[in-house]
Write a protein that binds this ligand. Sequence first.
Ligand code: GLU
Length: 320
Amino acid sequence: MTKAKSLSSHKPAGRFAPSPSGRMHLGNIYTALASWLCAKSSGGDFLLRIEDLDPVRCPRSFADQILSDLEWLGLTWDNPEIPYQSDRTAIYEKYYKLLSEKNLIYPCFCSRAQLHVADAPHASDGRVVYAGTCRRLTTEDIREKEKHRKPAARLILPDVTVQFCDGCFGPQTFNLARDWGDIIIRRSDGVFAYQLAVTIDDGLMGVTQVVRGWDLLSSAAPQIYLFRTLGFTPPDYLHLPMLITQDGARLAKRDKAADMGFLREQLAGPEPLIGYIAWLLGQIEKPEPITTQELLPLFNHKKIPGHDIVIPGNYWENLK
Ligand code: GLU
């Protein structure tokens, strides 16, 4: 099993935690660069972790490609051994047992169709909030249902308010029961869910700052609750504005011009790309070539814009 490096709790540590379901794209490079700059400018370590919980969607070949792409970009990591989530099931198992002993977990037999019924409660961002149906099952109900269907496991999220101050989007308030409802922490096929694995990993790796996309902002709330419940100190959060296309859609893997393979074919080196992203992040006046080392002393997280950033389809033509 790959062991995470244990770091002194005094030293700041940031991380980049990609899910290798394909080649990196502009959005991943942007997140990696921002995380690297935040970690390094605070005198901390930059840690890499591969979030390949779903081994079918995330083969090793994609992870290898990410390592090569990060090296090409000059975003090298400080942990000599990289944790791969697919190797860490026994670790997640241990913390899962802890939650189970605290009676915070129950089996859920609901099908996708049952979860998405028309009158299901929704959070403000459109996610279905679980109504707690299976929380009320008796031991006999469970025994009977188990004959027909393998259950997922849900974590009970109490009616409590979680507050934190995001490094980019400011003060945040979530109510766990209203905004999340009980969350799945283990799928019915036995695979541990993102919310549990990410919290355990960040806790064990000594991560003190989490920099990632705005789409994960609300996830900080159940994660902060889990950090505390499992005995870890929650990190500081900085969520980055989303990169969007001119049509207002989220920049995705299918946007060819944003693909790392394409970019590496077009460019002799990473400097124009680093400069372009540094400019998107509000760190330099013009999108001019720059190295990561030159950028480091200029970095100020307060300059990151607090709104979506539009990427023109032909943005890469000016990088050549
Ligand atoms: N693995 C997630 C992703 O690639 C990131 C999770 C996180 O940063 O917390 O989108």
